[in-house]
Every structure is written in C-alpha cells, then in structure tokens.
Design a binder for this molecule. Structure first.
Ligand code: G6P
Length: 367
C-alpha cells in the first residue's frame, strides 16, 4: 500500500498521534465561544426538542463509543437512551414510539449489520441519524440526517481516531440537544466546554508517556489473558481497551463493569492474568480501588490508568499510566489514548502486523 505513514512505523500509530489535531479540527468546526454548531445536521431544533428516546445501534468500536454517548445523552441532553449491537438490534422488536430516534454510528458507513439496522428502522417508520466518518457512504445516503465525524481517513484496521471522534461528536451532540431541550445551568455548561477545549493539549501530554507504556507492553506480551475494568463513563473504555488489545496482539482480553467483577470474572484472576484498572479521579475512583484490592489479593498484577499524582493508587499498582486531571465524564476521551498505545506496543512486542491483524477487516460488508 502507498498510504503515507509519515515518520511512523505503522498507520495505527500515526492515527493515534493524529488525535490531538483531529480534536482541534472538530473543536474549530463545532464550537465557538458559547455555541455548538452542526451545520450538516438536517434535523431542526423543533424536531430535536420532541425526541424523547434514542436507540443507538452500531458494531465493534463504534458501539463502544455509542455506550459512552448514551451516558452523555442521559446526562447532558436529558434524553433516555439505549444501545445495542446492530446485529442484535435488528432482530429484536424495539418498541419505538413517535418520539424515538434511531442513531447509527459507523466509521465506514458501510458495515452490513449497521446498515441493515438502519433499513429496519426506516421500515418501521423511525427516523435515523447517523454519525459517520465516511460521508460519501451508503449510510450517509440512506439516513434521514447525518453528523460528520471529521476524523479524516482512517486506514488502520483497529479504529483509534474515529473512536475518539465519535465520542467527542456524541458529546457535542448531547450538549447541543441539551441546550434545546432543557436549560442546562450556564456554569455547568461552561465548565464542560472548557474541559473539551483543553483536550488536545492533554492528549499531547499523554502521548509523551509512550516509554512507560512500552515497559508495560514488555510485561504484557507473554500473557495469554487480561481483564479490563471500568465503571460508568469508563466501563465502555474497558470494553474498548480490551477490544484493541485482542484485535492486534491476539492476547485474550475481556472488559467488565467493575461492579460485576465479583460476579464471575474474579475467578479468572491469578499471577498470570493481569488486571487493567481504569480509575481516574471522580465519583467511582474509590470503587475502582476496591476492585484493585480484590484482584491484588488474588495475586493479580495491576496496571492502572490514573489521574496525575494519585499516589494512593500508584503505590498499589505494579504499573500505572497517568492522565491529566479532568472531569469524570470527559475522562474516556483521555483514557482511550493510553489504552490504544498499550495495545499497540504489546502487539509490536509480540511481532504482530498491527495494520493488518489476522482474520479482521476494516469494513465488514457481509453479515
Ligand atoms: C470492523 C472494524 C472495527 C470497527 C467495526 C465497525 O470490525 O475492524 O474497527 O469498529 O468494523 O465498523 P464501522 O465502520 O461501522 O465503524
């Protein structure tokens, strides 16, 4: 392939490093001093004000982004939202009322199951909004309205910058709908917008921790199984971190909601099954420390993702990566970066071709 990798060994790494620039581009397009803009969105404010329920359907990484988006819709837009795999959703009987909106999320805009879900929704007379990176795709043509992810072409099979762009656009969309549907307190809104503006520089700071992450990869590379734990906003981060690792390094990895750890996964923990604990500052941090201790007392080695300066968790961890301080709701956008790098460097340490993982395709156009 002739795609320019720049100074990077693999396209995936290049795409990981592009994220701060992608975020700056999205910020420039979407946000001015106080207002959020979606010029391409064909739905008017009157319609959006009437939406009472959002059904998100997507596959793979795009669904993980959708799960974070669901929390944003509930938190910032006050809309009830649910998520499902497209391949499941289309065979259910989703009882949608007139105020339901179906949201599809897709990097390629061509994934067979997501497209089938979209068609199923339309056949049931539901409106469809798609979040798409490829805006010249089949889904773009068949949706009632579309939001452009603006991540730029993503070529590496394992999705990275499209994922964070999906989460960021879902966050902006939730705030946008929130400003139509209810009066979000001005102070709260300002704080979130300031947090968003700070993201590109915070991502750049995280990218500088690659040496530390390489050391963790050296430790992980000989393992066969790993567990990723997170809660609330970072439960989907755990799913995505595990998905990235298995996709490109072929190490078995499962993500769980921290609260479910004791209900089964804890049985797997041993010296050879490390546990990645996602525990940035915020409401659920102390719960994540409980998970850490549960794993540790069974001999599990701990890799933690923490907020800078969290000495307590550092002391308890075998390895840690720090992210700059931010609000808990915003943290998945930062947590994604070390998890991508961890998967990347582990795959490299195992000699894998990260841009062409075995058995996987960038776009799955068959069901
Ligand atoms: C494939 C890719 C994944 C992607 C998923 C959904 O499995 O390998 O990286 O998340 O399809 O793709 P989409 O284009 O719909 O986001």
């Amino acid at each position: 392939e002739d795609v320019d990798k720049g100074d990077f060994e693999y396209l995936m790494l290049k795409e990981i490093y592009e994220q701060p620039d992608v975020f700056e581009r999205i910020l420039k397009e979407r946000l001015d001093d106080t207002f959020i803009h979606f010029p391409e969105l064909k739905f008017g404010k009157e319609y959006l004000a009437r939406v009472g329920r959002i059904l998100i359907q997507a596959c793979g990484t795009s669904l993980n982004a959708g799960m974070i988006g669901r929390m944003y819709l509930e938190q910032f837009a006050h809309i009830s939202a649910e998520t499902d795999y497209s391949s499941e959703w289309r065979y259910r009987n989703p009882l949608a009322s007139g105020d339901s909106l179906v949201v599809g999320i897709s990097q390629s805009g061509e994934t067979a199951d997501t497209l089938a879900g979209l068609r199923e929704a339309k056949a049931k007379f539901m409106r469809v909004l798609s979040f798409l990176n490829n805006i010249n795709s089949t889904m773009a043509r068949e949706s009632d309205a579309m939001i452009s992810l603006m991540a730029g072409p993503e070529i590496g099979v394992a999705s990275t910058k499209a994922f964070t762009a999906q989460v960021l656009n879902l966050l902006f969309f939730s705030l946008y709908v929130g400003s139509i549907k209810w009066l979000m307190p001005a102070e709260e809104r300002r704080t979130v917008l300031d947090e968003i503006r700070a993201l590109p520089d915070k991502m750049r700071t995280i990218l500088k921790s690659h040496e530390r992450i390489k050391e963790i990869a050296e430790f992980l590379k000989d393992k066969n199984d790993t567990i990723f734990l997170g809660r609330t906003y970072n439960y989907p981060s755990a799913l995505e971190g595990a998905l990235k690792l298995k996709e490109i390094s072929y190490i078995h990895a499962s993500g769980y909601a921290g609260g479910e750890f004791k209900h089964g996964p804890l049985a797997l923990v041993s010296q050879n099954v490390p546990v990645v604990i996602i525990a940035p500052q915020g409401e659920i941090r102390t719960k994540m420390i409980s998970n850490l201790k549960e794993a540790q007392s069974r001999g599990g080695k701990i890799i933690s993702i923490i907020t800078e300066g969290d000495e307590e968790i550092k002391r308890e961890s075998d390895f840690y990566v720090e992210i700059p301080p931010c609000q808990e709701s915003i943290s998945p956008l930062l947590v994604a970066v070390p998890l991508q790098l961890l998967a990347y460097y582990t795959a490299i340490a195992r000699g894998c071709d990260v841009d062409r993982p075995r058995n996987l395709a960038k776009s799955v156009t068959v069901e």
